[in-house]
Design a protein around this ligand. Sequence first.
Ligand code: PEP
Ligand code: MN
Length: 286
Amino acid sequence: MQKAKLVLKTSAQPQTIVHLSETVTVGGSDLLIVGGPCAVETAAQMEAVACRLATGPIQAIRGGVYKPRTSPYDFQGLGIEGLKILASVRDRYGLPVITEVMAISQIEEIAAYADVLQVGSRNMQNFDLLKALGQANKPILLKRGLAATIEEFVMAAEYIMSHGNPNVILCERGIRSFDTYTRNVLDLGAVVALKQITHLPVIVDPSHAAGKRELVPNLAKAAIACGADGIIVECHPEPEQSVSDARQALSLEEMVNLARSLEPIAQAVGRTIVSGTGNVPRFSFV
Ligand code: PEP
Ligand code: MN
């Protein structure tokens, strides 16, 4: 392992707790459960998501507005319109929002609306982007590259931290292998290792790892059991209608049930799950 001066644990370095909002944190004893669609599609879709998830033990919402799609002909995201939708549900339901930043030119705009900026797998080694995010005043959710070693993952986080941003959350989301049954292979060994060698929060994305919704709940449980600080899971009001990653999306009901089912596992490993904000919108939408 190369010298990662800021990311690696030292005896003097306490565990990092990252604040997503005034009340939502990750890295402490409370687990972070994030739910939401792959992509923000419409205001009504996000309203349905936030309204349901706010009542469950879910603390933050995800949704991409700039989407890294394999095909340039596929839906690329709503951009600024999507950011406004995210900020609107955040303000009304009290759930911080996470969205992906793909380019340096998007940082300022996204930071004005979102609470956490996600670096997707395909950009984990976009070093100029990582350096620029070191200057951002928002937490960064750094996803492991499609075929990145643990060392490369740690060094990518080191780029962000060494450029001034201490608020980095690591996310294991599966790595490429030979098997095609699952989309990727969820590397829980990396989660255990990262918790041992770094002081940063480590969360798990079982959705992009599995690629199949029926595998997601048990992988989420395994993630919490092995010491992850949280999970980020894709869900949708009408999973089959999702414009992207439909096959792995849970229904909102399944998402809430999954979050509730983590309770005994959390207890067994000495973690707590904060109940939902239960917030009702402060004014009606549209
Ligand atoms: C996503 O979270 O929507 C995403 C594209 O994930 P990843 O970068 O892990 O593929
Ligand atoms: Mn997705």
